[in-house]
Design a protein around this ligand. Structure first.
Ligand SMILES: [Zn+2]
Length: 125
């Protein structure tokens, strides 16, 4: 496993899913046009006109992903609370941003994964 940031880690010229999700890269032209809002897909690519809406169709497990993540976070919060017994303000300061950040990232990652998967399927006969 190589993790060099400058190393040629890509296969088939596609960007990795994590950087693609983080910067919202279009699966066709690689422009940062995939997301119109932090966790909402754009209708289409402003660069090449690829229809994201069409690719997103069928990706309906977003709600489940969010629920599962929320459950995991709540369990993690309860466990930390049990072990460390932090003051309430510390819990809020820590878990607020962590929860919001995780949910947004999970949604972005999930939607990116889905759109890329759909896009690749359409490339094959
Ligand atoms: Zn594009």
């Amino acid at each position: 496993m190589k993790a060099g940031p400058s190393g040629p880690g890509e296969n088939k010229g596609q960007p990795g899913l994590v950087p693609a999700a983080l910067s919202g890269l279009c699966p066709r032209c690689g422009a940062t046009t995939l997301f119109a809002a932090p966790a909402a897909l754009a209708d289409e690519c402003a660069g090449c006109g690829l229809d994201f809406r069409k690719l997103e169709r069928g990706g309906r497990f977003v709600g489940v992903v969010t629920m599962l993540l929320a459950l995991v976070l709540i369990l993690a919060a309860l466990t930390v609370d049990e072990w460390l017994r932090p003051p309430l303000w510390a819990s809020l300061v820590f878990w607020g941003p962590v929860t919001v950040g995780s949910v947004i990232f999970a949604l972005r990652f999930y939607k990116t994964m889905w759109v890329y998967h759909q896009y690749e399927e359409r490339q094959q006969p």
